[in-house]
Unconditional design. Structure first.
Length: 643
């Protein structure tokens, strides 16, 4: 044998030995996983055990031994069957295959670590655990033997039609919607919502429903166009008029946002022609942490952009111009800056599809609409700042890119002439973790989306160039500028990764199973880790959430509802930030900090700084106001004294 041949043979042996060693290395971890999981679940304080290394009890050893014996018994039962099924040459090979097929047992400790990890929403641990868990699922599914042809034929007969994906979507999204709506309403009834922004939008919609378009007394200018132009609130006001309360806006927002499931499903179905893949992405939309954050956090017109934006993309794919332009018009009505997201779809159509004429027209109309609204409808933000002390200009939110005393032109100059500074600004640790929070639930697959990534350019720039954390934080309404584009790019990423696996020798069936199980696991694990559905999940809005609306909370809310029912609908009210959303369905609502002596004062003591509390107390002591009702040391209702 030639020297080169001997070296090649030695390398092959070494590689085989390393592969066998790596495969057997799974065995102790798989054997220990069930016992550790059962002990952690039965521990008196599971979070303390996982986060703080609480003292181990002697029973832990019993769990580990018993769990390991059960796993050994499972391997002993599986190994001979695997040996007969695959014709393994030795018993050792059959046992090794049994070990590799049971690796999913490791999901137990991984999921527990995931939901109790203490590092915060934007920690590096969670995305790492999500990706590891999803890869574990994918390699395990890939290892499983194919089902017998008879079983496959039966599954095709039962699930081969279009009905079961629709049924799965309706049931799954329905359950998620009910859970999110319950949490959103509990949050409101538990006084965790605020004047900014639920109270503002409730007052805007109430005034719009009564003929005063976009008026709002919580804004110093008296009209919302000083901040945004969102005519979509006019048709919403028609529905709101049937039940004019903040709860109506909460329900409308939740249902509108979750309706994005439908175009997300259709986009995936058109690209992949795979009902399972489309169902996974449709349900994944409802499981997505950003969707949970948007549904639960106040009300915002920008949150309504995702659904028409996704419909635009689907209609573009399907070449349905009528539906496309209807969705285009609806998207522009959402808010003036929604036109930039729409312009991004125009850029994609222009550069990434054959619909170049439609793309150019979309881009031109969207930018023309933005210019018209900014210069002809909305007031000059600098003038507003001089007149009222408020500054709503978006340039203020990108202040790190703008030298002191500069404006938008200086920010653009920074982008062009100081790329080193811009790169450091964008690649901060917090923003990298925020980007992962968007991408990891989708398994990083949007990054393989090719030209579809053009859809995400505006959202990424809008969010990650910002100086305010609230803009790039994945759970606030600003995330609507990005996450719909990621869902639109994911099917292309699935197709490309699946094709890559087939090119490397994987069968089409196994490649499909591996990619879809990986994507599904990422969506489920990320939702468990950073979504709102589980009480144990470290959802980043937990401090403002009400997870247990018990008898005490219910009694407090019922007392408050009965007390404020005595306030005449036409009366003006000055409220604190937590009580304001419960009283904003009237013509005149103010915040205590504005120091306006309205007809009624309704305050939550926790909302007020000492100087504001002193102002309210002084009004009561001077006889200008009289106490009407008081709930312990928390809620206080006063009425202007009659002369």
């Amino acid at each position: 044998m030639a020297q080169g041949d001997r070296r090649g043979a030695a390398d092959e042996v070494d590689t085989t030995w390393l592969a066998r060693f790596a495969s057997w290395a799974w065995a102790p971890f798989v054997a220990a996983a069930p016992g550790w999981t059962s002990y952690a679940l039965g521990h008196r304080d599971t979070p303390a055990l996982l986060r703080d290394n609480a003292e181990l009890e002697p029973v832990a050893l019993l769990h580990m031994v018993a769990g390991s014996l059960l796993v050994l018994g499972l391997w002993a039962w599986l190994a001979p069957r695997i040996g007969r099924e695959q014709g393994c040459p030795t018993r050792r090979e059959a046992w090794l295959e049994a070990v590799l097929r049971t690796r999913l047992l490791l999901l137990g400790p991984l999921v527990l670590a995931l939901v109790h990890e203490p590092g915060g929403f934007l920690s590096a641990t969670r995305p790492t655990l999500v990706l590891l868990g999803a890869l574990l699922v994918a390699v395990s599914v890939r290892r499983w033997p194919p089902l017998p042809e008879a079983a496959l034929a039966k599954l095709r007969r039962v699930f081969g039609g279009p009905r079961w994906p629709i049924a799965a979507l309706v049931v799954g999204v329905g359950v998620i919607a009910m859970l999110l709506l319950r949490l959103a309403l509990w949050r409101h009834h538990g006084f965790a919502t605020r004047a900014f922004d639920l109270g503002i939008y409730d007052n805007i919609v109430w005034n719009t429903a009564h003929g005063d378009f976009l008026a709002c007394t919580l804004i110093k200018s008296g009209v919302h166009t000083s901040a945004h132009f969102d005519p979509i609130l006019a048709p919403i006001a028609l529905i709101y008029a049937l039940a004019p309360r903040a709860e109506t806006l909460i329900v409308i927002q939740a249902l509108w946002v979750l309706s994005g499931v439908i175009p997300a499903y259709l986009i995936a179905w058109r690209r992949l022609e795979d009902r399972l893949a489309a169902t996974i992405l449709g349900l994944g939309f409802a499981l997505y942490p950003s969707v949970h954050g948007i549904v639960l956090f106040e009300f915002h017109s920008l949150a309504l952009l995702a659904a028409p934006g996704l419909w635009m993309i689907w209609c573009l794919d399907e070449d349905r111009p009528v539906g496309y332009w209807i969705a285009f018009g609806l998207a522009l009505l959402v808010r003036e800056d929604a036109s930039l997201f729409v312009a991004g779809i125009g850029v994609y159509a222009l550069l990434g599809t054959d619909h170049r004429r439609r793309g150019g027209l979309t881009l031109g109309l969207a930018l023309a609409y933005l210019a018209f609204v900014k210069f002809a409808v909305m007031p000059d933000p600098d003038l507003l700042m001089r007149d009222t002390g408020d500054h709503y200009s978006y340039t203020n939110r990108y202040r790190r890119l703008i030298p002191e005393g500069g404006g938008a032109r200086d920010g653009i100059a920074t982008l062009i002439m100081n790329p080193g500074f811009v790169l450091g600004h964008v690649l901060s640790t917090a923003k990298i973790m925020a980007a992962l929070a968007f991408l990891v639930p989708l398994g990083l697959l949007p990054l393989a989306g090719g030209r579809r990534l053009l859809l995400a350019v505006y959202g990424a720039a809008f969010m990650f160039l910002a100086s305010y954390k609230s803009i790039y934080y994945p759970l606030f309404h600003y995330s609507t500028a990005l996450y719909p584009a990621l869902f639109a790019a994911t099917p292309e990423g699935v197709a490309r990764v699946r094709g890559w696996l087939v090119e490397r020798g994987e069968t089409p069936g196994r490649a499909r199973a591996a990619v879809l199980s990986y994507l599904g696991a990422c969506l489920v694990l990320a939702s468990l880790a950073t979504g709102a559905l589980l009480d144990v999940a470290p959802f980043a809005l937990t401090r403002d959430s009400v997870r247990d609306f018990g008898p005490n909370e219910r009694a407090r809310y019922e007392w408050f509802r009965a007390a404020v029912a005595e306030i005449p609908p036409s009366a003006s009210v000055s409220a604190s930030k937590r009580t304001a959303p419960h009283l904003s369905n009237r013509a005149e609502l103010y915040i205590v900090q504005q120091r306006i002596e309205a007809d009624w004062l309704v305050v939550n003591f926790e909302d007020l700084e000492p100087q504001d509390m002193g102002w309210v107390v002084e009004l009561e002591r001077s006889g200008a106001y009289e106490e009407v009702a008081k709930y312990e040391a928390e809620l206080w209702i006063l009425r202007r004294s009659e002369p």
